[in-house]
Design a binder for this molecule. Structure first.
Ligand code: APR
Length: 279
């Protein structure tokens, strides 16, 4: 299915828009699918990174803890894993698409109160979203595994972490200037606990939600995938925006089947229409 040959089911878009207008607190759970139209491959499904490479082992984080220096040397070497380097290059080149801007608009209209994104590509913030928790981190950031302090990769106190730093031993591997714990990329690795502050934010917003729109995610990774189930179990409305079915589809109240670069802008238009005609 491409963006061009897709017809939207207007009645479903209207139902979804009405749910957003009626809901007192709506959150979104967002996955890699929203960034497909920005040129970033998904993880699973056709062309997905894990489809090509297999899912990473959960030992990655243990390896980091055992030897941060060796982890950093591998992480900074673009030749170690060409497929992963290609994926990173796609992220670095990507810009937000109509799906990201539609979520910004829903936030501005006041019908989307918070986004929990599993994406590490920073595109929500680049598009202008404000109320966002990045449950799997942000690849433009660094994080201390001790005190959870975060820095932009370009503003780390002892200088940007670049491949050349491996030859300058004094600031390598990067350690936290506040608590002297190891520093890593903010991106959460398989086997790594979600930072406490991040998890608290997710549970806080999820506990207030009366509606959740699940956008472009296979809903297979926890704890992220638990939020839609918790909200629906409390009687909340579950809207799924995804061209394909997921484990949530059988219980979703409304399914917008299509690329989110198409379905989300249509949802924005319908919300604006409902709000304009119900004044
Ligand atoms: N628009 C919207 N959704 C799409 C599009 C599109 N154009 N194309 C594909 N999708 C959907 C797929 O149908 C699939 O359900 O995007 C989803 C991508 O699923 P995954 O590749 O599993 O990505 P995600 O759900 O974000 O993965 C969750 O797994 O490995 C971890 O850290 C990684 O954050 C990631 C987490």
């Amino acid at each position: 299915m491409t963006k061009d040959n897709f017809n939207i089911d207007e009645s479903l878009v209207r139902d979804a828009a009405q749910s957003l207008v009626d809901s007192s607190y709506t959150i979104a759970l967002v996955g890699a699918g929203i960034s497909v139209e920005s040129g970033i491959p998904t993880f699973r499904g056709p062309g997905g990174l894990w489809t090509k490479l297999g899912e990473p082992s959960s030992n990655g984080y243990k390896d980091f803890l055992r030897n941060p220096e060796s982890w950093w040397r591998q992480n900074l070497d673009p030749n170690i894993d060409p497929e992963r380097t290609k994926f990173r290059d796609a992220i670095d080149k990507a810009i937000p698409n109509e799906g990201h801007y539609a979520l910004v608009r829903l936030e501005q209209i006041g019908v989307l109160h918070h986004q929990i994104t599993q994406n590490v590509d920073d595109l929500h913030f680049q598009a202008g979203s404000r109320s966002v928790t990045e449950i799997h981190g942000n690849r433009t950031m660094l994080r201390c595994i001790g005190c959870e302090t975060r820095w932009s990769k370009t503003e780390f106190p002892t200088g940007e972490i670049v491949p050349e730093i491996t030859s300058r031993s004094n600031n390598f591997p990067p350690m936290c200037p506040d608590c002297d714990s190891p520093i890593k990329s903010d991106t959460v690795m398989f086997g790594e606990p979600i930072p406490m502050g991040t998890l608290d934010s997710c549970f806080l917003h999820s506990s207030k939600a009366t509606c959740i729109i699940v956008v472009g995610t296979s809903a297979t990774v926890y704890p992220a995938a638990s939020f839609p189930q918790d909200i629906q179990a409390r009687g909340g409305t579950l809207i799924e925006a995804n061209p394909n079915e997921t484990p949530l589809s059988s219980t979703a109240d409304i399914a917008l089947r299509g690329p989110t670069a198409i379905t989300l802008p249509a949802l924005v238009q319908m919300v604006e229409h409902i709000k304009a005609t119900s004044r």
